[in-house]
Design a protein around this ligand. Structure first.
Ligand code: PRP
Ligand code: MN
Ligand code: MG
Length: 181
């Protein structure tokens, strides 16, 4: 059906809550990186919304670049084996890098990506994620900025997709079981 609301169980984070949290974290980032050149790296495609909002909430100069990665292996679960679909155009040597993600689920994508970027000679690599599912974690990752911890449910919106749909929602909600059953 074309009725998006009918596909949702509940709203986990409203548009207003997302924007308010991004403002808070952006103020923190402005402080933490004062006097340094910061490169924010968005992970396509999920991070498009949060990159656009975070970048506009920052008051300091930043540069922006993008990566696209794909986890592959058996089944639909992230395997931790990651392939670069689109690499950065920026040389990371000496740069302060902040990876920006929409969500950390198992943590496998980001733990691979962080190690990959760290091997390129940057001054620092830190992680910003808008959402995190602590109950789904398979690896420990050190995350500097977390928007909100959420339950281990199928969530969509604000960049997060189910079969490429729902990314355009301004809020995050859990998917009604009939959608993926
Ligand atoms: C999703 C999400 C994160 C990753 C998190 O991306 O945007 O990048 O999975 O999962 P993990 O912590 O278990 O590794 P996905 O691979 O679905 O690509 P997309 O961003 O294009 O939707
Ligand atoms: Mn993603
Ligand atoms: Mg996805």
């Amino acid at each position: 059906s074309q009725d998006v609301q009918a596909d949702l169980k509940e709203i986990l984070c409203t548009k207003e809550q997302i924007q308010e949290r991004i403002e808070e974290l952006a103020a923190q980032i402005d402080k933490d990186y004062e006097g340094r050149d910061l490169l924010i790296v968005g992970v396509l495609k999920g991070a498009v919304m949060v990159m656009a909002d975070l970048a506009r909430a920052l008051h300091s100069h930043v540069t922006m670049d993008w990566m696209a990665v794909s986890s592959y292996g058996s089944g639909t679960q992230s395997s931790g084996v990651v392939r670069i679909i689109k690499d950065l155009e920026t040389d990371l040597m000496g740069k302060h890098v902040l990876i920006v993600e929409d969500i950390i689920d198992s943590g496998l994508t980001l733990s691979w990506l962080k190690a990959n970027l760290e091997s390129r000679g940057p001054a620092s690599v830190e992680i910003f994620t808008m959402f995190r599912k602590p109950e789904a974690a398979k690896v420990e990752i050190d995350v500097k900025y977390v928007g909100k911890d959420i339950p281990n449910e199928f969530v969509v919106g604000y960049g997060l997709d189910y079969a490429e749909k729902y990314r355009n929602l301004g809020f995050v909600g859990s998917l009604a079981p009939h959608v993926y059953a």
